[in-house]
Design a protein around this ligand. Structure first.
Ligand code: XIL
Length: 369
């Protein structure tokens, strides 16, 4: 049977009118979804969404999974500078337009990811002079927020400002935006975003703060110090995003991590967990044991972090194993079917895994927001 979503139809916005089929039987009792459980507690639950996945053979079921299970979508690729601006003369809005249309059709909120990120810059942009790069940063924020004004509930305005290995003052990540404006690029981006988006939650998003090791400690200390400097300067930041790409290869000291999250809350920010998943590469090979280990890490992590009421938003990085960035990334090292990564609450058939139950239980047990 030919796939019902033709390429032309999708490019013309056909997905927006795509009928979403009934949930598969694995959905369980009506209303029993992670999104519904979270909403009942006042927590926004979402997942990253890649609009090109809806063009694949699993496209309809992928769309149905999101429509059923979550309340919010984060654009995984569509709003990134490297995707939107492949060359100086092009602004490729079509994928982001399709994502917004799908979200609005399904009444899902959007988290816009991301406006300013020193690590995701196309080659032509790297060749700009300091002045040009500064001008382009401002113009990019104005162009993107201008086009989608009022349609996203949250924007990751600045992504991953910290990178100790770049040896910059404040452990800031090097790149054209830091070069253009110094540390002020961050406050400047937020101020500009606020003028165009008075109501959306403006988020500073950071990676690598979770682990119990020297890297985690450096990221936590550098981020807290940066947030204090930004608060002193009155940068209009509503929430701090913590990516939370968990891994079987790392250790976690959850009391230490929750103390860090509480400290962010004390500074007056909400906390969004923005990219939760679990790299299972070092867990047992046996699938049942591996799934159990992934579920346990989710249970421990969420049991601790969701106890903090300032955590108002929880987003997974994709929902199903076979559309995870880890699934695509590890294709070469883990090619055997039984070894493929299983980082998420749904498997490749979009059926619930033990992780789903662990996550649902953690949401049921958390205090309401
Ligand atoms: C990743 C996507 O998942 C990949 O598909 C892409 O190739 C690279 O970017 N931190 C972030 C996200 O803030 O934007 C990254 O997303 C994952 C790490």
């Amino acid at each position: 049977m030919p796939h019902p979503v033709s390429r032309r139809g999708v490019l013309a916005g056909g997905l927006a009118t795509l009928a979403v089929p009934a949930p598969p039987s694995s959905a369980g009792p009506a209303g029993e979804t992670l999104g519904a459980l979270a909403t009942a507690k006042g927590l926004t639950l979402g997942a990253s969404f890649a609009v090109h996945e809806t063009d694949g053979p699993h496209g309809e079921r992928y769309a149905a999974l999101y429509a059923r299970e979550v309340r919010s979508l984060t654009s995984e690729l569509e709003l990134k500078l490297s995707v939107l601006r492949p060359d100086p003369d092009t602004i490729a809005f079509a994928p982001a337009d399709r994502l917004f249309a799908f979200a609005e059709r399904q009444r899902l909120a959007v988290r816009g990811h991301t406006l300013v990120w020193n690590d995701d810059v196309p080659e032509w942009f790297k060749a700009l002079s300091r002045r040009e790069a500064g001008y382009m940063m401002d113009a990019h924020i104005e162009t993107v927020l201008g086009r989608y004004q009022g349609r996203a509930a949250a924007w990751d305005v600045v992504n991953e400002p910290i990178a100790p290995w770049d040896n910059q003052p404040g452990n800031l990540r090097a790149g054209p935006f830091l070069t253009a404006y110094g540390e002020d690029y961050i406050a400047r981006a937020f101020r500009l975003a606020r003028t165009l988006e008075p109501r959306a939650k403006l988020v500073l998003n950071e990676a690598f703060t979770e682990t119990d090791d020297a890297r985690g400690a450096t990221f936590r200390a550098s981020l807290l110090a940066l947030l204090r400097r930004l608060a002193d300067r009155g940068a209009p930041i509503d929430a701090v995003g913590l990516q939370c790409h968990l891994s079987s290869r790392h250790r976690y000291d959850l009391p230490r991590f929750t103390a860090f999250v509480e400290e962010i809350a004390t500074l007056g920010y909400d906390i969004h967990l923005t990219e939760l998943d679990c790299d299972d590469g070092a867990f047992p090979r046996d699938i049942a044991r591996r799934d159990a280990a992934v579920a346990r890490l989710y249970a421990d992590f969420l049991g601790a972090v969701l106890s903090i009421r300032a955590v108002t938003s929880l987003t997974f990085w994709q929902l199903a194993d076979t559309t995870s960035w880890l699934y695509y990334r590890d294709l070469a090292e883990r090619p055997r079917a039984a070894d493929r990564p299983r980082p998420l609450p749904f498997d490749g058939t979009f059926a619930r895994k033990p992780a789903w139950t662990a996550i649902a239980d953690a949401i049921r047990a958390m205090p309401p927001r």
